[in-house]
Design a protein around this ligand. Sequence first.
Ligand code: FES
Length: 222
Amino acid sequence: MDDQPHIQIDVNGPYIVDGPVPLTEMAPVHTLNGEPVDWHVLGAIESEEWPAYLCRCGGSKNKPFCDSSHESNGFDGTEAADRRPFAERAVVDEGAHEQLLDDKPLCVRAGFCRTRTTSVWDLLALGGDPEAAERLREMTWNCPSGRLVLRDLDGNDIEPELAPEVGVVPGGPLWIRGGIRVTGSDGTEWETRNRVALCRCGGSASKPFCDGAHLRRHFDER
Ligand code: FES
């Protein structure tokens, strides 16, 4: 076992999770109007083996673990995501006290950035209002994919302190938290970030990252 958590992506195969890192089932909490507002930990997931092999093709009968179905279901795990750093890709919106960086192709359709009455962009435009600023942080930090990042006017990211953890979202992606290194199947490192969502339905056009394909495919856990 390595000293630091690490995820190695296998060629047309699973995520190989190594190092001291918990696997946790976690799901969005919704308001009565169906708007996601927070995350709820459902429980720890124990792996019978370590490193843990987590399904990436969506075809395992033993999710979230790999059962070698990828060897017979024709899974193409080609990693087609943009390899440029987030800061190079992101569009920057200027607020009075911070910037909001937005890399839209990373969107996983989690929906934390918008409600019926407001959005992170509306809140940013409200400038120094303390309540708006707090809500802006909450909404941005709940975005699992790291599509949205707040940055102060000195150029420092304003990020939550997340312990390294692999979150398994029922019917959704892996939520990789706390700056876990991810190495692609060709041996190239993906940018290490505080929040990353990895595809586990097998259908993303932007592998290894989730692009919301699980919603179109009605991905489930069975
Ligand atoms: S990656 Fe092995 S069963 Fe899905």
